[in-house]
Design a protein around this ligand. Structure first.
Ligand code: C2E
Ligand code: CA
Ligand code: CA
Length: 654
């Protein structure tokens, strides 16, 4: 086959490949981004160029004998130049998009790159009049002119700058994407070099078509960036994109939309509706903003990225979204109300790095945050959270935790019966921080294990050094975090600590809150029966505050149920509250569990509880949580009082 036929074959192959690519890209329904549009233009350029080349090649041999053939060949060659000139600038814009570079922020660069594009196009378009780019002589032989050099140099500039974009965002890109672009560049270069060496052997278009196929498979195909359930971008896409926006100093606002009522939904119905919830919300968000600006960062969390510095505009979108959450959503065949909390931040401004943004998107919203939009100073709670997080690590390192003990009493004789161990954090830098604030943070960042181990060790030490087995103390209560209980090997871990300390397991009573974080009743049940089987006691904490305490209550073998203070306080306030308290007590009795009521602050409350048949009391009326020495003083006093009483009752018999 001669060079002429080879060229035609390669050009037809380029046409087939580029048209197939256009077809595949079309049927896959991309995100509709500018990037996707530019890619389509690139493929079109290759296809049109191939058609032009074939026409030129076919008609040129007859140019001398037929005016029609001459016209067709010249027109095709002209169109080839017009479109081919756009290839390098388009590739440049494409790489810019992929790397997250925008020319919006720099007018000088923008004018230069658009201007150069316009200049080369004008040169190509005006060629029939000026012949500056190329001309053919009387024998139809093709000659390059200086205009072609300008177009080449421009293409070189676009190419080099594209590669520079690639280098600056190198770290923010996945290996796959980098390879995609570099491979394209290499294949194209090889094509150009071959074509340069033997000018009548035209393989450049074919090389480009193959290179674009690679880009289509690797970059344009975003399957690995898309969350299969909600059909919007996933977390790793967000990390990648934010990294490149930040590297390129590309300002943006982010709206984090969090769905905050899922637990109720998933527990009300038989199955887990989370997927369905995410689907309907993602679908709705696509009606508000472009699909490609939505990311699902974690369960029931969406982030929208908007390239604007107009705070009002962003606020209005957030308000619109919040408004939608006031109306019910259709989940398969039922209508449900969902609540949301929305956070707004911007770069640069509130956040300086992807990690900071993720910290914000991932940290829990403050209590009663539902229906709110958090922006600006509202986000200060995050700073506090960060402070607490730092304080925990520092306190752990410096052993600045202390265990307090709050005594519990039996209701029959109001005698000291036990105590609950409650942890405190004294930090040099941040002062005293209460567990209500730091336990949830520690549960999330995993430091809870060390804290709870510390508390258990302190309790073991107390029991051992003070010989509590020979005292009036029945047991010391130790709080366990559900998050920790779900970890494999938990039962053995606890057993190990207590056995090493040589403490009677019967003196330790673990408290657990049946909370929503218990992802599986089976595991929790296994922990309770495992520890109980070994001799420990178990209480259910905060009864009456959760959603489905009943189920846990019935299925798990607790010794004591601790009724939450809120139930007691409500009983004092209203008749309905009293009915609820009484019914709860009756039910627990029927299950043959003992009852402790927390939060007893007044004599009246004790009088209210006495006839109801509860077993133990705990609260400020008796004592606040106190330090270990103070607790021991309380204990010695109680023991002395008991001894005195015993002596008194013993005397008459003498
Ligand atoms: P909790 O287990 O329900 O502990 C009872 C909380 O109620 C304690 O708060 C206690 O000081 C407080 N309290 C007791 N009696 C009264 C009263 O009469 N009136 C009022 N207003 N409050 C009363 P504290 O010590 O701040 O602990 C808060 C929560 O932190 C605990 O709730 C528990 O869930 C958690 N926590 C405390 N220590 C630990 C620990 O060592 N490990 C784990 N995992 N969690 C802990
Ligand atoms: Ca407790
Ligand atoms: Ca409690």
């Amino acid at each position: 086959m001669d060079a002429y036929n080879l060229t035609i074959s390669f050009t037809i192959a380029a046409l087939v490949v580029s048209i197939s690519d256009i077809f595949f890209t079309k049927i896959q329904g991309r995100m509709g981004k500018k990037q996707n549009f530019i890619f389509m233009c690139l493929l079109l350029i290759i296809a049109l160029n191939s058609i032009s080349n074939v026409i030129t090649a076919v008609f040129l041999p007859y140019a001398g004998i037929s005016r029609g053939a001459l016209l067709a060949a010249s027109a095709a060659r002209y169109l080839y130049f017009v479109f081919h000139t756009a290839l390098a600038p388009m590739f440049f814009f494409y790489v810019g998009r992929v790397c997250g570079v925008t020319l919006r922020t720099s007018p000088v660069k923008r004018y230069f790159f658009y201007g150069l594009f316009a200049l080369t196009e004008v040169l190509a378009i005006l060629n029939p009049l000026t012949k500056w780019v190329y001309y053919t002589d009387a024998d139809f032989v093709f000659h390059r002119n200086w205009g072609e050099m300008v177009i080449y140099v421009a293409a070189g500039i676009y190419f080099v700058v594209s590669m520079l974009f690639l280098m600056t965002t190198w770290k923010a890109m996945t290996v796959k994407r980098r390879t995609g672009i570099v491979l394209f560049a290499l294949i194209t270069l090889i094509g150009i070099v071959i074509q340069f060496i033997s000018s009548d052997f035209k393989v450049e278009l074919f090389a480009e078509a193959i290179g674009f196929t690679g880009i289509m498979i690797i970059i344009e195909n975003e399957e690995d960036r898309i969350d299969s359930n909600s059909n919007v971008y996933n977390r790793s896409a967000l990390i990648m994109d934010m990294d490149s926006f930040i590297i390129n100093k590309n300002p943006f606002y982010s709206i984090c939309v969090r769905i905050t009522t899922p637990e109720i939904i998933s527990r009300q119905s038989t199955g887990d509706n989370t997927d369905a919830v995410e689907r309907v919300v993602a679908e709705y968000l696509q009606t508000v903003v472009k699909r490609y600006s939505i990311y699902r960062t974690r369960t029931r969390n969406f982030v929208i990225i908007l390239f604007t510095s107009d705070r009002e505009f962003v606020m209005n979108i957030a308000k619109e979204i919040r408004g939608r959450f006031e109306k019910p959503w259709k989940l398969s065949d039922s209508m449900v109300l969902l609540s949301t909390a929305i956070q707004i931040t911007n770069y640069p401004g509130m956040i300086a790095s992807t990690n900071e943004a993720l910290y914000m998107f991932d940290s829990p919203i403050p209590e009663h945050g539902e229906g709110k939009i958090f922006a600006g100073e509202d986000l200060n709670y995050l700073l506090r959270r960060m402070t607490v997080e730092k304080a925990i690590s520092k306190s752990l390192a410096k052993h600045q935790f202390e265990v307090y003990y709050q005594p519990t009493y039996s209701i029959s004789d109001l005698k000291l019966h036990g105590a609950e161990a409650l942890v405190r954090m004294h930090n040099d830098d941040y002062g005293l921080i209460y567990p209500d604030e730091f336990i949830s943070v520690a549960e999330e960042n995993g430091l809870i294990d060390s804290i709870d181990d510390f508390v258990l060790l302190d309790v073991c030490d107390l029991i051992k050094t003070e010989h509590l087995e020979n005292s009036m103390i029945d047991c010391i209560n130790v709080n366990l975090s559900v998050v920790q209980c779900m970890k494999p090997g938990f039962v053995d871990h606890i057993k190990g600590i207590v056995e090493a300390a040589g403490v009677d397991k019967n003196l330790i009573n673990f408290e657990i809150t049946e909370s929503l974080s218990a992802s599986s009743y089976e595991i929790l049940n296994g922990v309770v029966s495992g520890l109980k089987g070994d001799g420990f006691k178990f209480s259910m904490d905060d009864y009456g505050t959760g959603y489905s305490n009943m189920r846990a209550l019935a299925s798990m073998d607790f010794d004591v149920i601790k009724i939450d203070k809120s139930i007691l306080w409500e009983a004092e306030k209203s008749e309905l509250g009293e009915i609820i308290l009484k019914n709860n007590i009756r039910m627990i009795h029927q299950m043959r569990r003992k009852i402790l009521v927390e939060g007893v602050e007044t004599e009246t409350q004790i009088e209210l509880l006495k006839p109801l048949g509860v077993n133990y009391l705990q609260g400020y009326f008796f004592s606040k949580p106190v330090t270990r020495p103070e607790f021991l003083r309380l204990l010695r006093k109680a023991e002395a009082a008991e001894a005195a009483e015993a002596a008194k009752t013993a005397k008459p018999n003498e």
